[in-house]
Design a binder for this molecule. Structure first.
Ligand code: AMP
Length: 482
C-alpha cells in the first residue's frame, strides 16, 4: 500500500521502479515497454489499490497493457481457478487481449484463455477444464453459453474488465453483459474501459460499479494530432478508379481500408485482387479460421492492405499502419474515431483519408460537427466540392445562412447552480433522439437554474417527448417549451 502511494506521489516514470513482480518486469522489458504510457501511469496504481474504475481511453492509448500489467500482478498463480474475466466485443480483440495478457504474465506462469463464437464449444470446454486458466477473455455471447452449460467456475472471479464498453453496447450485448455480471461474485473489482462514454455506458457503470474513479485520457488530442486527416469529394461512379489513383499517389506502406458493409469488402477485394496481389480482406461473415489467417498474414506484412468492416478490425493492434482509408463515411461518428485510431499509434504518424460521395456529404458534415473541427478537402482532379442533391443542399444552405425553419426553445430545469451538465451533454442527448439531426439544434444557453436549447423545424415536441423519459448523464430533468 505504501509503495503504491509513493508511486502516485513521486511520479516514477519507469516500469522498473513499479511495485511489480520481477517476472512481469522481465516480460515488459522484452516487449520493449520501458515507461508507462499516460493511461498506464494513471490506471496501474489504482488497480493495484483495488479501486473500481471508469477509464475513458481509446484503443492505441495502451489501455490493454494498463489492466493486463496490474491484473497479472494481482493474480495468485497458485490458485488454479479463473480470477479475472475480461469481456470484449469481438473475436479479434478477444484473441488480441489474451495474447497481450499472456505476453505480460508468461514468466509468472499465468494461464489465459480466449472464448468466442464460431469455434467449437466442446474444444473450449475441454480447455477450461484441463487447463484451468487464471484469466478468461471472452465475447459476451460465448461467455454466457459457457455459463449456461456450467463449463466455467466463477466463484473466484475477483476482477471484471468490461473492455470497449461503448462498442459492446452498440453491438447489442447489453442483456448478455448484465446477465454475466449477475452471475459473478459481487465482491469484486470492476474496470470499465470505453473510448466514449455515452449515456448507456454511464448507466451501466452506475448500476454495476462501486464508487468508481473516473479517469479520462485525452488520446483524441494526442493521437489525432499525429494523424493527418483529409477527405476527397468524389463522384460515386468514379470512386474505385479514384481510390486506385490515391493509393498510387500515397504509396501506403501498410493500410487498412474500411467499408461499411461486408458486400463492399467482397466487391473491393475482387477488384484489388485483379490489380495486384497485395490486398487481403476480412469481414464478420467470413469463417473464423480464415479471418485469423488473413489478419495474421497482414500483421506479418504479407499484405500491404487490409480491406475490412469495422467489426473485423475493431481493436486490432497492427504496428506501423501508415494509412487508414474510409471507403465510405461511417454511420456512427464514434466509429470514425475508432477507425482512424488504427494509425498514428504510440509514436508514429499516420494519414486518414475519407472518400465522400455526394449522398454521404451531409453525414460527413455532421461528423465534422461532432468532431468539432473541419477536415480539409484534398481534391485531386475530381470536384473539390461534390454536387449535393437538392434536399441536402437546401438543408445546408439554410443551415449556413442561419435561415432554418421555425425556431422554438426547449427548456431543461438544469442550470449552472443545480447541475454539472455541459453544452456537449445537452447536444449529445438531443442528437440521440430519433428524427433529430444536427441541423435541428441551435444554441445551448446554460443559465443559473435552467438551460434553453434552440430547436428548429418544428422538432421541439419530438425532443421534449423523448427527453422527458431519457436521462442525461444519469439523471432525469424536467423539460418543457421555453
Ligand atoms: P492498446 O491501447 O491496448 O490498443 O495498445 C496500443 C499499443 O501500444 C499496443 O501495440 C501495445 O503493444 C503498445 N504499448 C502498450 N504499452 C506500451 C508502453 N508502455 N510502451 C510502448 N508501447 C506500448
Amino acid at each position: 500500500m505504501n509503495e503504491i502511494k509513493e508511486l502516485q506521489e513521486t511520479n516514477i516514470e519507469k516500469f522498473k521502479d513499479y511495485p511489480l513482480d520481477s517476472s512481469i518486469k522481465r516480460a515488459l522489458s522484452e516487449l520493449g515497454f520501458k515507461q508507462p504510457l499516460e493511461v498506464q501511469a494513471k490506471v496501474i496504481p489504482m488497480i493495484l489499490e483495488g479501486k473500481d474504475l471508469i477509464v475513458k481511453s481509446q484503443t492505441g492509448s495502451g489501455k490493454t497493457a494498463a489492466f493486463a500489467i496490474s491484473l497479472c500482478q494481482k493474480i495468485d498463480v497458485e490458485l488454479e481457478s479463473p480470477q479475472v474475466l475480461v469481456l470484449s466485443p469481438t473475436r479479434e480483440l478477444t484473441e488480441q487481449v489474451k495474447q497481450d495478457i499472456y505476453d505480460i504474465g508468461k514468466y509468472k506462469g499465468l494461464k489465459c484463455c480466449a472464448l468466442y463464437g464460431k469455434q467449437p464449444m466442446e474444444q473450449q470446454r475441454k480447455e477450461l477444464k484441463q487447463n484451468t486458466p487464471h484469466v478468461i477473455v471472452a465475447t459476451p455471447g460465448r461467455m454466457m453459453d459457457h455459463i449456461l452449460n456450467k463449463n466455467v467456475k466463477l466463484h473466484d472471479i475477483k476482477y471484471l474488465v468490461i473492455d470497449e464498453a461503448d462498442e459492446m453496447l452498440i453491438m447489442g450485448f447489453k442483456e448478455q453483459l448484465e446477465a454475466i455480471i449477475k452471475k459473478i461474485p459481487k465482491d469484486r473489482v470492476t474496470l470499465l474501459f470505453s473510448a466514449t462514454i455515452p449515456d448507456e455506458v454511464h448507466f451501466l457503470s452506475q448500476e454495476y460499479l462501486r464508487n468508481p474513479e473516473n479517469i479520462e485520457i485525452e488520446p483524441q488530442v494526442s493521437n489525432l494530432e499525429k494523424i493527418e486527416q483529409i477527405y476527397y469529394a468524389v463522384d460515386g461512379l468514379k470512386k474505385v478508379d479514384f481510390i486506385k489513383k490515391v493509393i498510387e499517389r500515397e504509396h501506403p506502406r501498410k493500410a487498412i481500408m474500411f467499408c461499411n458493409t461486408q458486400e463492399q469488402v467482397t466487391n473491393l477485394f475482387e477488384i484489388f485482387r485483379k490489380w495486384g496481389n497485395f490486398t487481403c480482406a476480412v469481414h464478420g461473415g467470413m469463417d473464423q479460421q480464415m479471418r485469423t489467417e488473413k489478419l495474421t498474414a497482414f500483421k506479418r506484412g504479407e499484405y500491404k492492405m487490409l480491406i475490412a468492416t469495422d467489426v473485423a478490425a475493431r481493436g486490432l493492434h497492427v504496428q506501423g499502419i501508415t494509412h487508414v482509408i474510409n471507403y465510405g463515411v461511417p454511420f456512427e461518428h464514434e466509429q470514425y474515431v475508432h477507425r482512424i485510431g488504427r494509425t498514428g499509434r504510440v509514436d508514429q504518424h499516420g494519414i486518414a483519408i475519407t472518400m465522400v460521395i455526394p449522398s454521404e456529404m451531409a453525414r460527413f458534415h455532421d461528423l465534422e460537427t461532432f468532431l468539432g473541427y473541419k477536415i480539409p478537402c484534398k481534391g485531386g482532379h475530381v470536384d473539390r466540392r461534390p454536387k449535393v442533391d437538392s434536399t441536402q443542399k437546401k438543408g445546408r444552405e439554410r443551415y449556413k445562412a442561419g435561415n432554418r425553419g421555425q425556431k422554438a426553445l426547449v427548456q431543461f430545469n438544469a442550470g449552472r447552480s443545480n447541475s454539472s451538465l455541459k453544452t456537449s451533454d445537452f447536444l449529445a442527448a438531443i442528437r440521440h433522439v430519433n428524427g433529430i439531426c444536427n441541423e435541428n439544434i441551435g444554441k445551448v444557453d446554460i443559465r443559473e437554474s435552467v438551460t434553453n436549447v434552440e430547436i428548429f423545424d418544428g422538432k421541439e415536441d419530438i425532443v421534449i417527448k423523448a427527453l422527458k423519459t431519457k436521462k442525461i448523464k444519469g439523471k432525469l430533468y424536467r423539460v418543457k417549451r421555453g
